[in-house]
Design a protein around this ligand. Structure first.
Ligand code: 0X9
Ligand code: ZN
Length: 416
């Protein structure tokens, strides 16, 4: 009995303990031929190694996080096959502590009466408070609704932004962010879009003449809060699956070719597809919003990080949808606007062809089921060693991202 109690306490302790990432290393692994790339693909199936990215292109290195106990074996294996690598972070724990202290300092630097800024990454409650502040300040143009609750009962809010002319039949651009908890720059990017459309309305009124925008800035608040309080690089939702494994990859949980490729059946995996399609309250909420907009919804844009990609369907097959040229035209407009403004390069293409095959994504569902004619996943740039931009990188990233979104939205408004 005592032993069982001790085990339960130990498991609870493990589940609640803060992950410090002390001694974790981050590697950039550069492959020079298809054989080396194949080796990397095989390694990425090993749960010991956390691949932050795994692009198809041979030129692009893959970034991998490895915990202290696995580093010797990892380096020996790469050496054995003569695969080049460099260590880009000798101790992730140190780096994360610094960025967290910096964020803590900057959190308090908000202007009066405003819950958020673009000089810090804010908590879910502050983000929700910002939406409510806007609803109060701009009642004719802003409506904030609770779309539902997360597994841990947090309010998942949408903000609907219009020009206040009272028309209710307009086309819609639906934007979300934060499907993946650790991709903090995506949440910040969505907040900046909200800020521009509401607080800089005069400059952006052409984007609201015949279109309403529905924005859900934090799809996965439980995961997001967990990255602030426990495990900075948590990706999934937080519903317990087994005694020691939590969470589902929300971007593998949508019911379109669910689980067919690039998704794991192992509940501890970072790409766990879930017990069933739409097993998570968070993905059910996005599903219901998308289906509710079917017909009016013309552009679905989901913000992620990282890698500078504008990705479109399909993610489940290398085949292209018959209308791929329409989506490509919109994405290219976004990439061109960013390139000419800041020089930042985005890669444009179908998810499977430029990144990797992964079924059950929200983008494929919006396009294939909810019939949004334009559906794009935008992978914002990396900061820090990937998911941890410094606070002074936020403003540059989100304003550049906005230029791309603005250009894509203009194209959509022209086309539909
Ligand atoms: O793997 C993902 O879910 C996305 N990349 S991320 O690094 N942010 O995790 C890409 C999703 C692309 N879309 C589909 N595969 N459907
Ligand atoms: Zn993501």
């Amino acid at each position: 009995m005592l032993k069982q109690l001790a085990l339960v306490l130990l498991l609870c302790g493990l589940a609640l303990a803060e992950e410090t990432y002390d001694g974790y290393k981050i590697y950039d692994v550069k492959t020079n031929n298809p054989l080396e790339k194949q080796l990397l693909y095989r390694l990425s199936k090993n749960e010991a190694y956390d691949f932050f990215d795994l692009p198809r292109s041979l030129d692009a290195p893959s970034r991998v996080m490895v915990k202290p106990d696995d580093q010797v074996a990892f380096e020996m294996l790469l050496d054995k096959y003569h695969v080049n690598f460099v260590v880009v972070d000798e101790n992730l724990g140190d780096s994360l502590r610094k960025t967290s202290e910096d964020n803590q300092r900057m959190m308090n630097m908000r202007s009066a009466g405003r819950s958020i800024s673009f000089t810090a990454f804010h908590r879910h409650a502050e983000i929700n408070a910002y939406l409510d502040e806007l609803a109060l300040a701009y009642p004719s143009r802003v409506k904030v609704e609770v779309a539902g609750k997360s597994y841990e009962k947090r309010d998942i809010k949408t903000i609907t932004i219009s020009n206040g002319d009272g028309r209710t039949d307009k086309n819609v651009i639906f934007l979300d962010a934060g499907i993946h908890a650790r991709e903090w720059i995506a949440h910040a990017g969505a907040l900046y879009v909200i800020h521009q459309l509401v607080e800089n309305f005069a400059a952006n009124s052409d984007l609201l003449r015949d279109y309403d925008w529905v924005i859900l800035p934090v799809v996965n608040p439980d995961g997001y809060e967990y990255t602030h309080t426990n495990t900075r690089l948590w990706r999934k939702t937080r519903k317990p699956i087994s005694a020691s494994c939590y969470g589902t990859d929300a971007n593998r949980n949508f019911d379109f070719h669910w689980g067919e490729v690039g998704a794991s059946s192992y509940s501890c995996s970072d790409t766990y597809k879930g017990e069933t399609a739409f097993s998570e309250p968070e993905t059910q909420i996005v599903r219901d919003l998308l289906l509710g907009l079917s017909g009016r919804g013309k552009f679905y844009l989901t913000l992620h990080s990282y890698g500078n990609y504008l990705l479109y369907p399909w993610g489940w097959t290398s085949a292209l949808p018959s209308t791929w040229r329409d989506i490509d035209e919109v994405a290219q407009a976004g990439a061109a606007a960013i390139k000419s403004a800041t020089g930042t390069k985005y890669t444009v293409g179908s998810s499977t062809n430029v990144l990797y095959a992964a079924a059950g994504g929200s983008d494929d569902y919006a396009f294939g089921v909810a019939k949004f004619p334009i559906s794009i996943t935008m992978e914002l740039p990396a900061g820090g060693t990937g998911f941890n931009p410094t606070t002074n990188q936020i403003q540059g990233f989100v304003s550049e991202t906005w230029l791309g979104i603005q250009a894509m939205a203009k194209k959509v408004v022209q086309k539909y």
